[in-house]
Design a protein around this ligand. Structure first.
Ligand code: PLP
Length: 359
């Protein structure tokens, strides 16, 4: 059975499993902000209409300059893309015939992109017994001889934030090895104590940071992400990027979203409180839940072999979680659940309780 390799678009899950899709479903497989986009987006939607007729600024100068100011960098250290996904493929395009290491379980697009550019890919698999944290001695050994290492922090799918000193140890060792370290910070702004390593960019030419605006600002349909890195690298990526890949709407929304500090704060507070509430309810229903720093977490039935059955039971009840079969190191052992609105979370909890009755 070929389940979709990403969350969202749940119709394809029902299709793959030949299950009837209930009339009402809640999609816990998608990790965007449950509070939705900032208010300005609806308020100013009409005025944004005029953007559709002209070609976008191919350099996205205003957007890049807002990002650069925010990060204390120069504009030529920033490149925006059609979602972080486009930038993952752009970075991968630099590694044809080279060797890469992916810290796994992790977002599947890294491998997909690297393989599509003829890169040789190895995985460093995190272990549950280490709390899914990095184990620097083992990781450094695996890193030897690699041209690129990819780390997602906070990590999708575990929701874990790595020890900052461990990552710095990796970047520093990689610097001596002339290995590029790409840190995907797509979810960094959901964590209250920001784990970002952007401040380290001036110290490490071998560091590139990837961000997405589609999660925090709930604009996944519009597509917007960016990378921060050294000038030469950004220049190389820019040369390979399709001219108008970041559309005008995405550029304008990005500029405005990046001024929405209140929205970010409100989201962080909501996510923390709601995640704790949901996790504690799941815990008291005897599910095993993984402590998370962000807007999603892993859960499994204590009888692990039942996780597949739980997945299908929830689907039949209109609760779509993210299977983990294509995450190396998980292979379906857990389900990933997003933190949604209180009402939606309650609906999920009701079904998790009902499943206990079925066991
Ligand atoms: C870790 C991670 N990085 C990058 C992306 C891609 O984000 P975008 O929507 O900006 O392409 C995702 C999307 O789910 C993700 O989970």
């Amino acid at each position: 059975m070929n389940l979709p390799s990403h969350g969202s678009n749940p119709q394809y899950v029902y299709e793959a499993l030949k299950l009837k899709q209930p009339d009402k479903i809640v999609d816990f497989s998608v990790n965007t902000n449950p509070l939705g986009p900032p208010d300005f987006l609806k308020d100013q939607w009409g005025a944004l209409f005029e953007l559709v007729t002209d070609y976008p600024d191919p350099l996205a100068s205003e957007l890049r300059s807002v990002i650069a100011d925010k990060e204390g960098l120069n504009i030529d250290q920033v490149l925006s893309g059609n979602g972080a996904a486009e930038l993952i493929f752009l970075v991968a395009s630099l590694f044809h015939g080279k060797k890469a290491l992916i810290v796994s379980p992790a977002f599947s697009e890294y491998e997909q992109a690297l393989l599509s550019y003829g890169c040789e890919v190895e995985e460093y698999i995190l272990e549950e017994k280490n709390g899914w944290q990095l184990d620097p001695p083992v990781l450094l050994k695996a890193l030897k001889g690699k041209d690129l290492v990819v780390i997602c922090n906070p990590n999708n799918p575990t929701g874990i934030m790595y020890d900052k000193n461990h990552i710095l140890e990796v970047i520093s060792y990689a610097k001596d090895q002339k290995t590029l370290v790409m840190i995907d910070e797509a979810f960094y702004d959901f964590a209250e104590n920001s784990p970002t390593l952007a401040a380290e960019l001036p110290n490490y030419q071998n560091l590139i940071i990837l961000r997405s605006l589609t999660k925090m600002y709930a604009i996944a349909g519009v597509r917007l992400g960016y990378v921060l890195g050294n000038r030469d690298l950004i220049h190389k990526l820019e040369d390979r990027k399709p001219h108008w890949s970041v559309n005008s709407l995405a550029q304008q929304l990005g500029i405005r979203c990046l001024h929405e500090a209140n929205h970010v704060r409100k989201t962080q507070q909501f996510i923390k409180a709601e995640r704790e509430r949901v996790q504690s309810s799941l815990h008291s229903l005897s599910y095993s839940v993984l402590k998370s720093n962000v807007n999603f977490f892993l859960v499994k039935d204590l009888h692990q072999h039942r996780t597949d059955q739980l997945y299908q039971f929830l689907l039949s009840k209109g609760i779509v979680t993210r299977h983990t079969r294509n995450f190396k190191g998980l292979e379906g052992s857990h389900l990933r659940m997003a933190v949604k609105t209180r009402e939606e979370n309650d609906r999920m909890l009701e079904q998790m309780k009902e499943w206990r009755g079925e066991c």
